[in-house]
Design a protein around this ligand. Structure first.
Ligand code: NDP
Ligand code: 8X3
Length: 252
C-alpha cells in the first residue's frame, strides 16, 4: 500500500532530522520544515540520493501563521497524500528562575512550543480529515509531567501540549485520526546548546552519563506510525537508563 506523506517540523536538527532519515528509509514521502534553509537543502539532497522517496521541504517558521497559509495555498497538490503530522519543532531558553526570566525568551518558547503546534495542527488537519484517516505525533517532554526549578515556562509549554493532545483525541474521536504524545527525557541534540547558548555548558549536561540519542526517539515514532490502524499509542515517556526523573541523573 502507498505510504502517506509525513510532515515533520524542526527537521533541520536532532529528533526531527533523525526521524526524517529513518522514515525516508522506511519509504514514507516527506514534507520537512525548519528555518535554516541550508540545512534543509542539504538534508533533502541526502535523503533523495539515498532513498527512492519524494522529499519536499519548506523553510518556514511555525510561529508564522501567514507564511504557513501561503505555503499551503500554493502547494495544495502536494498535500493530497498528507497522512501524518509530527509536531517536533520546539525549544527551551535558559534555566533561570521565574523572577529573573527574560520575557522575550518566554515569548519564543510559548510561541514555538504551543502556538506553533496549534498553527501547524489546525492548518494541516483538513488534509487528514479529507482522507478520513491520519496520525498526529506531538513531541512533548518529561518536562510536561514533572516541573523543575528554572524550567517553569518550558514546563508550562509542554504541560500545555498534553492538554492539546488529550483535547485533540476527544474532538477527533470517530474521525479515524490517531494522536500520540511522545515524552522524552534527556536526548543529546542541539537542544541544550539552544537552551544554554554555549557549547561547553551544553556538553556538561550529558557529562558522565549516557543520554538518549535522537535516533532512539525516531525509532519510537516509526514504531508508533506502523502499529495497525486500530491501535493508538496515546502517551509514551522515555528516559535514558541513567535518568530516573528530571531530578535524578546517575553520572559515572
Ligand atoms: P534541536 O534543537 O536539535 O531541534 C529543534 C528543531 O526545531 C530544529 O530543527 C529547529 O530548526 C526547529 N525549530 C525551532 N524553532 C522553530 C520555529 N520557530 N519554526 C520552525 N522550526 C523551529 O532539539 P531536539 O531535536 O532535541 O528538539 C525536538 C523536540 O524535542 C522539541 O520539541 C523539544 O522540546 C523536544 N524534547 C527534547 C529533549 C532533549 O533533551 N533534547 C527532551 C524532550 C523533548 P531551525 O532552527 O532550523 O528552525
Ligand atoms: C527536555 C528534557 O528534562 O531538559 O525536554 O526538560 S528536560
Amino acid at each position: 500500500m502507498q505510504k502517506k506523506r509525513v510532515l515533520i517540523t524542526g527537521a533541520t536538527s536532532g529528533i526531527g532530522k533523525a526521524t526524517a532519515e529513518l522514515l525516508a528509509r522506511d519509504g514514507f514521502p516527506l514534507l520537512l520544515m525548519g528555518r535554516r534553509v541550508h540545512l534543509l537543502r542539504d538534508l533533502v539532497h541526502k535523503l533523495v540520493s539515498e532513498n527512492t522517496v519524494d522529499v519536499q521541504a519548506w523553510s518556514v517558521d511555525v510561529r508564522d501563521r501567514e507564511a504557513l497559509e501561503k505555503n499551503i495555498s500554493q502547494n495544495q497538490h502536494l498535500l493530497k497524500d498528507l497522512g501524518v503530522i509530527v509536531n517536533n519543532a520546539g525549544l527551551a531558553r535558559g534555566v533561570t528562575s521565574f523572577q529573573e526570566g527574560e520575557l522575550s525568551d518566554w515569548d519564543d518558547v510559548i510561541a514555538t512550543n504551543v502556538t506553533g503546534v496549534l498553527n501547524v495542527t489546525r492548518l494541516f488537519l483538513p488534509f487528514l480529515l479529507e482522507q478520513k484517516q491520519g496520525y498526529i505525533v506531538n513531541i512533548g517532554s518529561v518536562a510536561g509531567r514533572w516541573v523543575y526549578p528554572g524550567g517553569t515556562i518550558y514546563n508550562a509549554s509542554k504541560f500545555a501540549l498534553r492538554a492539546i493532545n488529550d483535547g485533540l483525541r476527544m474532538d477527533l474521536l470517530g474521525k479515524n485520526i490517531r494522536v500520540t504524545n511522545i515524552e522524552p527525557g534527556m536526548v543529546n541534540t542541539e537542544f541544550s546548546l539552544v537552551r544554554l547558548g554555549d557549547e561547553k555548558k551544553a556538553e556538561s549536561v550529558y557529562e558522565g552519563m549516557t543520554p538518549l540519542q535522537a535516533n532512539d526517539i525516531a525509532e519510537t515514532i516509526s514504531w508508533c506510525l506502523q502499529r495497525p490502524p486500530h491501535v493508538n499509542i496515546q502517551e509514551l515517556v522515555i528516559y535514558p537508563t541513567a535518568q530516573a526523573s528530571p531530578y535524578h541523573v546517575f553520572r559515572e
